[in-house]
Design a protein around this ligand. Structure first.
Ligand code: AP5
Length: 351
């Protein structure tokens, strides 16, 4: 499998989890290059010039470096390779020669500003803000366009990767397990109809009508998973409910809904903290009001106590409400995760 994502999205961290769960050799081109730099080899000296600036090391150096290592392993987790279209094409050639197919290309989706904050805290040699921003620029201009290459093969799994390490790990391993079993992603949550707009492309209705033909033509694994009854009922329901919508429109709607839900999680997390702060201040005022219940201040003390109690109840209530809402947004995200890639891979297969 391949782990891809912007710098600092957690590729190395998640590779360890995947290795523990499924085995396989962890090949990180970044780590290999840093080792070469440390040993002062010819390759290390050439690579260092690019790495310091946050640029990609030239494709031919990388491809040469990876080739022998792949040949020596039965299964592998590629971390940070490939990173450009020529590298992706080079990898395809190597895998064909070795007779080893890819299971998945797992894309860790993290916002640029979250990345900058994370990496500044880590503080590796190339984690200075201007170098981080250059690495992000290189990612958007050279690595992101490469994803189309793997989307056409129906291999990409997008994972919202701003949660905790264990939350992201659960999503990554669940999707890999399903891939290995040939099961399509679950559409646990229906995309609201208001998101679906028309765009040129294959109609969902056509897909439903012609799916048997595509299975017969050997378009594995998703269409065959559909045929075998492994595609979840809610996936079928979604496509049946929107037979006039095109697959790109459904994929776009899934993306828009996912982003909204992600935003929902973030807003609820902020509100939960704000509610907690108001509640804590209210609690403090309640106690302070209690202490003022003496002599001339007793009237003021009662008012402070009442105000404090109201703030305590409102703050805690607001916090709990947001906690519950956040769980709902999280559940929707889990249900939708993988949806866009599933729809795009069908679109690519059906032309
Ligand atoms: P490389 O080492 O691959 O760097 P990178 O892609 O910039 O990625 P990082 O290693 O910084 O991050 P990561 O995504 O692995 O995240 P990590 O798990 O470490 O490459 C370095 C350089 O080498 C490149 O700039 C280039 O010059 C060259 N290079 C490498 N491969 C190349 C190729 N194929 N072609 C050409 N050039 C190549 O996590 C980052 C931090 O975030 C850690 O502190 C971690 O603890 C934390 N973290 C992880 N997950 C979470 C989470 N969920 N929540 C909070 N914190 C988290």
């Amino acid at each position: 499998m391949i782990l891809v994502g912007p710098p600092g999205s957690g590729k190395g961290t998640q590779a360890d989890g995947v290795k523990d769960e499924f085995g396989g050799a962890h090949l990180s081109t970044g780590e290999i290059l840093r080792e070469q730099v440390k040993q002062g080899t010819e390759l290390g000296k050439q690579a260092e010039v690019y790495m310091k600036q946050g640029l990609l090391v030239p494709d031919e150096l990388i491809l040469g470096m990876v080739k022998d290592r792949l040949a020596n392993e039965d299964s592998f987790i590629l971390d940070g390779f490939p990173r450009s279209i020529p590298q992706a094409e080079g990898l395809d050639r190597m895998l064909t020669e070795l007779g080893r197919p890819l299971t998945a290309v797992t894309l860790l989706d993290v916002d640029d500003e979250v990345i900058v904050k994370r990496l500044k805290e880590r503080g590796r040699e190339d984690d200075k803000e201007e170098v981080i921003r250059e690495r992000l620029k290189v990612y958007h201009s050279q690595t992101e366009p490469m994803l189309a290459h793997f989307r056409k093969q129906g291999l990409v799994e997008s994972i919202p990767a701003e949660g905790s390490v264990s939350e992201v790990q659960a999503l990554v391993t669940d999707r890999l397990q399903d891939r290995r079993a040939g099961v399509a992603p679950s559409l646990g949550t229906a995309i609201p109809a208001s998101y679906v707009q028309s765009a040129p492309g294959v109609l969902a209705g056509d897909l439903l009508a012609s799916i048997d033909g595509h299975v017969a033509a050997g378009n594995a694994p998703y269409p065959s998973a559909w045929d075998a009854g492994e595609v979840t009922a809610s996936t079928k329901a979604l496509l049946s409910q929107h037979p006039q919508a095109t697959l790109p429109a459904l994929a776009g709607a899934a993306k828009a809904f996912t982003l909204d839900e992600l935003e929902g999680v973030k807003t609820c997390a902020r509100n939960e903290v704000a509610g907690g702060v108001v509640g804590a201040l209210g609690g403090a005022a309640f106690v302070a009001g209690g202490l003022m219940q003496t002599g001339a201040l007793s009237g003021v003390g009662s008012a402070v106590m009442l105000g404090g109690l109201a703030a305590l109840v409102a703050g805690v209530g607001f916090s709990v409400y947001n906690q519950v809402a956040m769980e709902e947004h999280r559940a929707n995200l889990q249900g939708l995760e993988g949806t866009r890639d599933l729809l795009e891979s069908w679109q690519a297969r059906l032309g």
